[in-house]
Design a protein around this ligand. Structure first.
Ligand code: FES
Length: 224
């Protein structure tokens, strides 16, 4: 499971990468250590225990139906548009965005201790798309990094990253940009301490945190 991940904007601050802390997500989909095989084994054990307890020789059809519930269509509001997608209960928002909607700005890089690369906004709040079930964000406003540049308008956060050389190698940058936009929307007059705490949920090996901090502070002073 993803119990080792932090919630965006709740981390230790923009510092050198460290081991991720426990997060408060209650909607985390299966992660490393919780495989499909172990799920099925666990489900089988649960069914067997139920059968013994009730004296039944096998699970009922209803039990099997609950365990094997399949894909369904839902509508997600992504970057201002309603998009119909097909998901299973375990499908993450990240999988939907990248694999079904072609929005590849958010990345899946958690296995190499780069965190926050999958950050999107859900109802204005920075959220890890990789640990959010797609089913749980139906009816909410989802924004990805792609919404911050529409061909004519570029979000000042993107310009600030360029100006202060906060781009790094580029893999985590979209997540950092989204996290910074969400943070400034909620903290338009942020201080240095606020920025360090507020963007602490994004961890990156490139570590050009100084440039990102300068960008956020400049925008906070000048009106984000
Ligand atoms: S590893 Fe994060 S931008 Fe390079």
């Amino acid at each position: 499971m993803s119990g080792s991940r932090k919630t965006p904007s709740s981390g230790p601050g923009l510092r050198a990468p460290s081991a991720p802390q426990a997060n408060s997500h209650s909607t985390d989909p299966p992660r490393s250590g919780f495989s499909r095989r172990s799920f099925l084994k666990g489900s089988g054990a649960a069914v067997a225990a139920t059968a013994i307890a009730t004296g039944a020789e096998q699970a009922t059809a209803d039990d099997e139906q609950q365990i094997t519930s399949g894909p369904e269509k839902i509508t997600l509001n992504v970057n201002g548009e309603n998009r119909t997608v097909t998901v299973e209960p375990r499908t993450s928002l990240l999988e939907v965005l990248r694999d079904q909607l072609g929005l590849t700005g958010c990345k899946d890089l958690q296995d190499i201790y780069v965190d926050g690369a999958d950050t999107v906004m859900v109802d204005g709040k920075a959220t890890y798309a990789g640990t959010t079930f797609a089913l749980n964000v139906e009816g909410k406003a989802i924004r990805t990094v792609e919404s911050l540049r529409d061909g004519r308008n570029i979000d000042p956060v993107i310009e600030g990253f360029v100006k202060h050389d906060g781009m790094q190698c580029g893999y985590c940058t979209p997540g950092f940009v989204v996290a910074t936009r969400a943070f400034l929307d909620q903290n338009p007059t942020a201080t240095l301490e606020d920025v360090q705490k507020g963007l602490g949920g994004n961890i990156c090996r490139c570590g050009t945190y100084d440039g990102i901090t300068k960008c956020a502070l400049e925008l906070a002073k000048g009106g984000a």
